[in-house]
Ligand binder design. Sequence first.
Ligand code: NAD
Length: 347
Amino acid sequence: MMNLLITGGAGFIGSNLIRQVIDEPEISKLVNLDCLTYAGHLANLEGIHGSHPRYFFEQVDLRHQEEVIRVIRQHDITHVIHLAAESHVDRSIAGPDDFIATNINGTFHLLEACRSHWFNPETSIQMRASRFLHVSTDEVFGSLSPDAPAFTEATPCAPNSPYSASKAASDMLVRSYHHTYGLPAMITRCSNNYGPYQFPEKLIPVAIQSILYRQPVPVYGDGMNVRDWLHVGDHCEALWTVLTQGTPGGTYNIGGCNEHANLYLVQQLCDIVDELQPALGGNSRALLSFVADRPGHDRRYAIDATKLSFELGWKPAHTLEAGLRETVNWYLEHQDWVKAVTSSQRS
Ligand code: NAD
């Protein structure tokens, strides 16, 4: 049985993960630690927050070490899935400070809190069965040329943005806690996610909202930056698989085998909206508007997830076509949620 801590559970992936795992029989208690930045919203957890008997919420900032230690001890946490982070590349370029403080120092605070709770301070022997799963990104590997093979777990880190550098730094800390102290830690590195509850600052929800409101749909540079897209539900399934079956010290790549240029992706969104909302007048592709490229924009990411599927049997369940259609439908049906989370934006 586990007392599971999910950090960042009010964000995009964290809230999907909580929905997906809360009723797993292995969980005695699920604690969501989140300080609720502009990206974290309890509205993402409607039906769970405040009503599910196994669910507890701690509004705590990872930058405050004493508070993090208190949460780990008070709830006798045995398992951690660490998602909380500053996650938007453009914001990291405009102001990297929060990325260093949360992604690097915050991860350090969490690792220390777990080490002090899980190990006997005199003997350094682990006192309880536990697992620490650190959720990272394919962006730590840097950029691929068009014909280069996909990133594997052996690919060296070569991050190019303050965001990816802060994530790579936190990965290295997690790795060191396993090698130095024996902390039973694992790292996953996932490609771009899409799906419900994604804050409307990332490519897919921005594009959907722009198309619905007949605004220009911004496309960086020539639109030919390539990403590997994975439905958030498949990512969450992979995280649960690694938490429960992965080997401590292991890293696992997670990807959808869905490499596409950003331009192709937004064109698909235009076509889906045209089909689902004919009253908008069609020809949404005419709204595409090329804008100045992001500084240092990585050209291509591609993930080889063979290890995860071969060793632990994980496979994505969503095709990109069905997943995008489902996502567009979700945003069409949840315009109240979009209004609520964007109107309460605090930074
Ligand atoms: P998100 O921005 O939607 O959510 C982040 C959450 O962390 C928010 O709820 C926020 O309030 C919380 N948070 C931020 N700073 C905090 C702090 N100092 N203390 C406590 N809580 C804090 O992010 P997401 O897209 O759900 O990503 C979650 C994780 O997955 C991140 O670590 C990210 O690097 C990783 N990841 C994301 C993607 C993706 O495509 N979204 C892909 C691969 C990996």
